[in-house]
Design a protein around this ligand. Structure first.
Ligand code: GTP
Length: 356
């Protein structure tokens, strides 16, 4: 079976981490974020995947090559200008080999999902649907596309980001398309699947099915979600065959070192050759490769970029530190503060709750 993976977004909400690396390639539990989904797709029977790239396109081929490392055939199709979700699907379909009624799996490159992809494909084929969407259940659907369905699973409406969502079933960003339906998407201009393609198919009376499954699901769009996803992989709440070494809820990658008096926990990832000094406290955080947390520093729910340094006594809560930046002793970064790559914050006693 063939699939298309959408990985062309700029990932603006995850800046500064995404200034140098596209969001789907950010390291999560020691591998690029999208690799967790690739493996699940392969295990569900996908053999050939077309990557729909745009932003920093060449980095995907550098990371995955022809796919043989993962037992997949990977092909890359690049948009000169981002074409939106459905425009990207249409554009990438030039590299598909299947035809007619064949099912094509569409994945977003920034989702972590434990749902049963094979069951979704089976539901699609059983219903002879035009499109079958995975729907997940959330507590508050206002930030998502709310998708009510009839008892037989047929989608009744698409209500995007509404103050009054009709249901807490939401579009989870994983679709099965009938191949011939992809061919109907207009070419040469940006097209949104959520705002244009799905409502258009519904209006035309095409059968669109909602496959509801409330397995683990996370849209890794923001720093807080990034930290949560990494934590859930380290703790095993999000199952991934790539993660095998979680011990006491801490993922130590090759060459990572943690001083015995440091307190590290809550699903923290300590990247390759990263270091945590004596008496430091690191909780539910992600240290990219070669990051350093010096003795006595305090890091909670934060991301420390590649080679970045948190100096003795600094305090970080819900912060994002760009690659190679330094947070000098005494600084407090809280409430979503972000430090841009390479910035050197001198030792001081300043409390930042905004970007630096
Ligand atoms: P933000 O800028 O923070 O909203 O992130 P994003 O650019 O990744 O957008 P969003 O989270 O809505 O994208 C969902 C998925 O679709 C991600 O995997 C993106 O890489 C991908 N995507 C979004 N827009 C495009 C596009 O125009 N072309 C392609 N090929 N992929 C896209």
């Amino acid at each position: 079976m063939e699939a298309i993976l959408l990985v062309g977004g700029k990932g603006t909400r995850l800046r500064p981490l995404t200034l140098s690396t596209p969001k789907p390639l950010l390291p999560m539990a020691g591998v690029p974020l999208l690799e967790h989904q690739l493996i699940r797709a392969r295990d569900a029977g996908v053999r050939r995947i077309v990557f729909a790239t745009s932003y920093r396109a060449s980095m995907f081929a550098e990371a995955f090559g022809d796919g043989h490392r993962l037992g997949l055939e990977i092909i890359y199709v690049t948009e000169d200008e981002p074409l939106g979700t459905a425009g990207a699907i249409r554009n990438a379909s030039s590299a598909l080999t299947c035809e007619g009624d064949a099912p094509v799996l569409i994945l977003n490159g920034d989702i972590l999902s434990g749902h049963d992809i094979a069951a979704q494909i089976t539901a699609h084929e059983k219903a002879a649907a035009a499109v079958t969407l995975h729907l997940t259940l959330v507590d508050d659907a206002r930030r998502y596309g709310s998708v009510p369905t009839a008892p037989d699973g047929r989608v009744l409406a698409f209500v995007e980001k509404s103050a009054n969502p009709p249901t807490n079933q939401v579009n989870a960003g994983c679709y099965v398309f009938r191949r011939s339906v992809i061919d109907e998407i207009p070419t040469g201009r940006p097209v949104s699947a959520e705002y244009e393609t799905f409502p258009g198919l519904l209006a035309a009376g095409e059968p669109i099915i909602g496959h509801v499954e409330a397995a683990y699901w996370l849209d890794v769009g923001t720093p807080a979600a990034f930290v949560r996803g990494a934590r859930d992989l380290a703790l095993g709440a999000m199952p991934s065959s790539v993660v095998t070494t979680h011990e006491h809820g801490v993922l130590l990658l090759a060459g990572a070192s943690v001083e015995p008096s440091a307190q590290v926990g809550g699903g923290t990832t300590v990247g390759a050759r990263a270091r945590v000094g004596a008496a430091a406290q690191v909780e539910s955080s992600v240290l990219f490769d070669e990051a350093v947390v010096e003795p006595g520093a305090h890091v909670v729910r934060s991301v420390i970029g590649r080679g970045a340094r948190v100096c003795t006594g600094a305090v970080l809560e819900d912060a994002v530190i760009g690659d190679g930046a330094t947070v000098g002793a005494g600084n407090e970064l809280i409430g979503g503060a972000r430090v841009w790559p390479g910035i050197d914050l001198p030792a001081t006693a300043v409390r930042f709750s905004a970007d630096v």
